[in-house]
Design a protein around this ligand. Structure first.
Ligand SMILES: C[S@@+](CC[C@H](N)C(=O)[O-])C[C@H]1O[C@@H](n2cnc3c(N)ncnc32)[C@H](O)[C@@H]1O
Length: 249
């Protein structure tokens, strides 16, 4: 598949197999890398920055002083955490090397090479020993992982007892006025805007589709509970277009 095809189309998330979806996600993130940070800020009206900050503010370090950022992309959450907690060491993993390569210079320019490591890693098969971290989080990544139970189970495995699994994800507001406005933005406006800036506008059609098809807040909290996390809660952000989920081991 060419990554420069403005007419590329992906099947809807209902129609793709898990394997096909993993291939599509890899293709998308390898092709939007150049503009990824810019488009994130622009299309979310810089809300993504405050959502990550809110996530970091809920973190609790108590034993290992280590944080794992799963599906770290270009490392934003990893860097935000390291800046907020000077005692904490951070590892960020992502399975698209192009995203990691874009993040590494940010670690250098923020002078955080001694505490932040970004490297290749699959969120459904983490290389770390049990109970290696106090906190692990995934921001805007779980939506793209077909086997969410496997990813969450791995995240739970690598944190200490009493530690936190955090999931920050784009969601849809409750049915009503804001949901209609948001759905219009996601399906009508966003792909057109993205077409102006990216080589792969279909990536943003996939984005809309994957957000609309993400489990509801209640369903996702149940999923977290089903893998043994406790005190699970969902914090809606910005009228519910984003949700921060937190569970404890
Ligand atoms: C929308 S980006 C989010 C990046 C970053 N966390 C942020 O807050 O901007 C989603 C990332 O998830 C990564 N990803 C998807 N599935 C993955 C998996 N199974 N293991 C590791 N990374 C994965 C993609 O490569 C991509 O970089």
């Amino acid at each position: 598949m060419s990554t420069t095809d403005k007419n590329k189309a992906y099947p809807s998330v209902h129609e793709m197999s898990d394997e096909q979806r993993i291939g599509i996600v890899t293709d998308i993130f390898a092709s939007v890398t150049d503009k990824y940070d810019f488009l994130n800020r622009f299309l979310s009206l810089r809300r993504d920055v405050s959502w990550r900050k809110r996530t970091v503010s809920e973190m609790n370090f108590f034993k290992t002083n280590k944080f794992l950022d799963v599906a770290t992309g270009t490392g934003d959450l990893a860097l935000d955490c390291a800046k907020a907690y000077p005692e904490v060491s951070v590892v960020g993993v992502d399975f698209v090397q192009e995203m990691i390569d874009k993040g590494l210079p940010k670690v250098v320019s923020d002078n955080l090479t001694d505490r932040v490591e970004l490297k290749w890693g699959d969120g459904t098969d983490l290389e770390f020993e049990d109970e290696s971290f106090d906190v692990t989080a995934i921001s805007f990544g779980i939506r793209n992982i077909p086997d969410k139970v496997k990813a969450l189970t791995e995240m739970r495995r690598v944190i200490a007892v009493g530690g936190q699994v955090m999931v920050l994800e784009l969601t849809t507001p409750e049915p009503g006025f804001w949901r209609s406005v948001y759905s219009f933005y996601l399906n009508g406006v966003l792909p057109k805007l993205a077409r102006l800036f990216t080589k792969n506008p279909a990536a943003y059609e996939y984005l809309a589709d994957s957000i609309m098809n993400f489990p509801t807040r209640r369903e996702f909290v149940k999923l977290m509970e089903s893998i043994g996390l406790t005190e699970c809660r969902a914090i809606p952000l910005t009228l519910g277009v984003c949700t921060l989920y937190i569970g404890k081991k």
